[in-house]
Design a protein. Sequence first.
Length: 93
Amino acid sequence: MDPSDSATQETQEIDFSSFIVSLATSALMHLGEIQAEGQPPQVNFALAKQTIDIIGMLRDKTRGNLTEAETQMVEDVLYDLRIKYLAARKNTS
């Protein structure tokens, strides 16, 4: 078996939705909601806010070019992340 074949099989094709999910996961990691196994949460509110803002910018820049499902997914992700961000900031005040 050619080693490049296994690398190709492991690589998943990225689309807009999986890109947004990847960014959302990153934001959740910065909020301490997700952490690497065996590691303590790494909270970084500045990076969380920046990632959330990037998703918002992508929503604005792609308006009218997304499917209805993609648009709804982005809106839902943004809403959930913004609520989690506000709650996390409130809990540290």
